[in-house]
Design a protein around this ligand. Structure first.
Ligand code: SF4
Length: 287
């Protein structure tokens, strides 16, 4: 797995006005028809839509260079980084990602073969017997909430999207149990649409690298997205999550055994002695 550019979202949140080309004559005629007394309703306060479209300040070049260098080294360290959830279809990935909340990918992968076999389509989730579904997904924790999300998900998909998983962020986030993180996982890994997945590892590493000071996932996504081309977003997310799971732990990061230690402004946050740090590295598997 586990992630951002002016709007810093993977899909525009509001439709842009259609700026069709027009001739000077047409423009003149249009101005002549326009009612001169029509005043903007709120000249002082910009609308919310306009505020959202405000350009994000460009990050300093030195930060961009350092960030991209770290990404290149991580790409060498983890050439096959990928989501550690098992899935075959966009629906399966969506379900697995919902089940992965507050638990490990490994735990989810133990349960999903049963779930996917019993509920192969969105309609199957919509019609699921709640008690039966809860029992199956119980090992993943928060099973009552997750069962509600999955049943609601199936209903919403069939009611509004022809029982198919939509491939737009704006649509995905309207589904029960689906926030930006889940939506970006599905977009990036099932549809090939670049997305930044800000989970706990991604946020922590982005702060340690100095790419953001934010804790709010949307703001982390915005700040990190401004440092990288969109084409890197999905793989960058996988690499940070892999590095966070294996080396750069929340408590006692293995700095002395870290492949990006010489580039990291937080080097020294964990043990720097290679022998001590080496013992902190986790090798997985995590799935
Ligand atoms: S040097 Fe330490 S803090 Fe920086 S990425 Fe490596 S393990 Fe994490």
């Amino acid at each position: 797995m586990a992630p951002p550019v002016p709007s810093l979202t993977t899909q525009p949140e509001t439709a842009l006005p259609n700026k069709a080309k027009s001739s000077p004559a047409a423009a003149k005629s249009s101005r002549a028809r326009a009612k001169p007394k029509a005043k903007p309703k709120s000249a002082a306060k910009p609308s919310r839509a306009r505020a959202k479209a405000a350009p994000v300040p460009k990050p300093p070049t030195v930060l961009v260079r350092q960030a991209r260098k770290i990404n290149r080294v991580l790409a060498e360290l983890y050439p096959d980084a990928h989501t550690e959830l098992n899935f075959n279809t966009s629906l399966e990935l969506l379900v697995a990602t919902i089940l992965s909340a507050q638990t490990t990918d490994k735990g989810v992968n133990l349960v999903t073969p049963i779930v996917f076999a019993k509920y192969p389509t969105a309609a199957d989730y919509a019609a699921a017997d709640r008690a039966e579904l809860e029992k199956i997904i119980q090992p993943t924790g928060f099973f009552r909430n997750k069962a509600s999300s999955l049943i609601g998900l199936g209903q919403a998909l069939c009611d509004r999207f022809g029982c198919e998983v939509p491939n737009r962020l704006a649509d995905l986030v309207t589904l029960p149990g689906v926030g930006r993180k889940t939506a970006n996982v599905v977009l990036g890994n099932a549809f090939g649409v670049p997305g930044i997945t800000v989970d706990t590892h991604f946020g922590r590493l982005a702060r340690r690298f100095g790419w953001t000071k934010e804790h709010d996932p949307d703001k982390v996504e915005r700040d990190v997205g401004a440092l990288f081309p969109k084409s890197e977003w999905t793989m960058l997310s996988h690499r940070l999550i892999w590095h966070g799971r294996r080396v750069c732990h929340a408590r006692r990061p293995a700095c002395g055994a870290c492949g990006v230690g010489r580039l990291c402004p937080s080097f020294g946050e964990g043990p720097t002695d290679p022998a001590v740090a080496g013992k902190l590295v986790k090798t997985g598997p995590f799935s």
